[in-house]
Structure formats: C-alpha cells, structure tokens
Ligand binder design. Sequence first.
Ligand SMILES: [Zn+2]
Length: 387
Amino acid sequence: MSTAYRHLAIADGTSPDLVQDQTLIVTDDRIEWMGHDDEAPSPPAGVRVIDAGGTALVPGLVDAHSHTTLPGGSHWIARIDDSTEELLRVAEENGQIAVQAGTRWFRDVGSPRRDGRALALTVRDSWRGRRDVPYLRAAGTWIAKAGVLPPTIPIEASDADELVAAVLQQIDEGADLVKLYLDGPDRDSSPWTADEVGRATAAAAKRAVTVTAHATTLPGAVAAVQGGVACVEHGSVLDADVAAEMAERGTYLVPTLGVMASWETFQTTTTIDRFVGVEGVAELANRKEVAFESVRIAEKAGVKIAAGTDFGGGSLRANQMAWEIECLVAAGLTPPAALASATWVGGDLLGEDHAGRVAEGGPADFFLVHGNPLEDPSALWRVWRVG
Ligand SMILES: [Zn+2]
C-alpha cells in the first residue's frame, strides 16, 4: 500500500527555512522517497496520490515529559487515585488524541504503581506494534525521599542504600529510565546530596539505564546535575552556574512551561482558591517569571532543551504539545529552536534514531499542518492529517 503526498512544504526543525514543493512517497508506513516535486518518480498504478498543497510537514513530535496514564486538568493530582481500569482507559484515550495532534512519542516520567508495577510499563508493553498510539518509553514510578510526597504515590527511600535499591527495583520491573524526585523537604534543600544521586546514577548506568530528576528548586537541580543525571525535569529555578555545568556535561532540560500557562487559564475556568485567590495569583506570576527566565539562562548557556507537556502529571492534556512549543517561544527560543526541542532533540534524549526526524527509509512518522511553524508555532494547532 503506497501513498504519494505531493506539493507540500517541510518544516523539520533542522533548518530555519521551509523547504517547498516537496513530494513524499510512503509505502507500508515507511518513507520510500522524498524530494522535489519535479524529481519525483511517476507514481505507479495503484498508488494513492494526495494533493497536500498548502500544508507543511512536521516530524512526529516527541513529548519528552508525559504521564501516559493520567488525564490532567485542574484536578490532576486527585486523578492519581482513580481506579486501575479508569487509568488504563485514560491511557488509551491519551494515546489516540496525542497521535491525532501530531505527537508520535511519549517519554513517560512517572505513573502510579498498580499490582506491584508502574502502570505505564504495562501500557508500554500492550502498545507495542500499534501505530494509532505513540511509541512509549517509560520510567517506572516516582522515587522520593520518605515523607516528601503522599506515601501512596512514590517508592520511598530513607537513605542512599534504599535509594539505590529502589532504582534497581524499577529497572528489574522493566523501566526504560528511572525518575528521581528531587524536591523537598523544603525549597532551600535537596532531599539527596550530589553524592547520593551519584550512587543512584552509577547503579543505573551499570544496567545501561539513565536517571532523570524532577527538580523545581535550585538545590535539587544542582544535586541532580552534579550527581550525573541525564536530564533535569522542570528546572523551574536555574542560575548561570548550574546552566553552565549542564551545558558542559550534556545534561538535558525539559522545562514544562505549559503547566504554568494552563494554571493561568484556571484563573477564569475554575473557582479553585489555589488558582483564583489573591495569593495563588501572585505566587503563580512569580513562579512563571522565574521559570521562563530559567529557560532563557539555560538556552544562553547552550543547554540542550527538549519539549515536554507534563500532561497528566500536570494540568495539560495529552494533545497539547503545541501549547508547550508556544511557551518555549514566549520564553525566548526561536520558533525553529522550539520545533527542534519538540522533535529531534527529544529524540536524542530518548536515544532513538528516528524519533522526531523524517528521512528516506525511516518510518512515516509525520503530520501535516497549515501555516509555517518555523515562524509561528500556533500553526501546530492546525493539524490536517497524520502520516
Ligand atoms: Zn511530571
């Protein structure tokens, strides 16, 4: 079964310019040929020719911070306690709506444990081989210092030996990566020292697994980076020193700015005091300013930035990657850099050659939008069809 897409433009995040008048020939979900319309081989009989004139092709997006089994929305935390049956239904819906919105990869960074195993690992195994849901790489559940999170959510560790044991347990249960929670017990300290994080990353490295760290405070981010994590999630408070060290070590940042943009919308769509109260409004404005500034600091230092929505573990929904990309542009990334963050940079973070890239011989993982996302990220909301 072959399809020829004619007369499209390509915005692949590797160049600041659209490439126009392009043809793609797709056979059995692989890109058999791509190039200029005038050089395209004449399609043999039986090939469906689609006039894609006026569209821009974008590689399937990589959502580098996802929570596949959770729905998001203004009560996102409460939803963690929903039944296993409901969370599996939510995962299925999330997968379908994400693909239709152009997201092809989920990097899941935490799911509730059910029946002794993180639920996203079960979903990952059941999604293998499907094209109507994203490819899924998943951490297990959250690993936190005892007492920092509500005890039903994470695997808790009270010292570094228990931390290492928790990391190995997650890997034994099938985690593709390991997620540490590096907030708390207060905003001035990290629950683990850099040495303790280093023991965890070394133990994981022996099993060829990387560790990533949730860190919304500066002390947590510093301990994570110095402890050798592959990536800082959120990184809501960064300074020039830690950003320089991230750039030098090659530590990725996944900022998840859309969460704060979505909280702003809750000021009008909900009556929840945390969002509409005077204190909540002021605190959000402050946190948002610092987080956006932290992205600017990281970008200036040359840190590799991958885009992630935090859907489910935050308030965004699974089909809102465009919102995060808009936020990265608002924070100061150029639209081509933001599109790179949402495509091949996220693919590199996953260590997956084809993720976020289109190439002859590669999978037909792309979608078609109206408008030029290299100038205006809002074009990414205008999806016409998925390849
Ligand atoms: Zn998250």
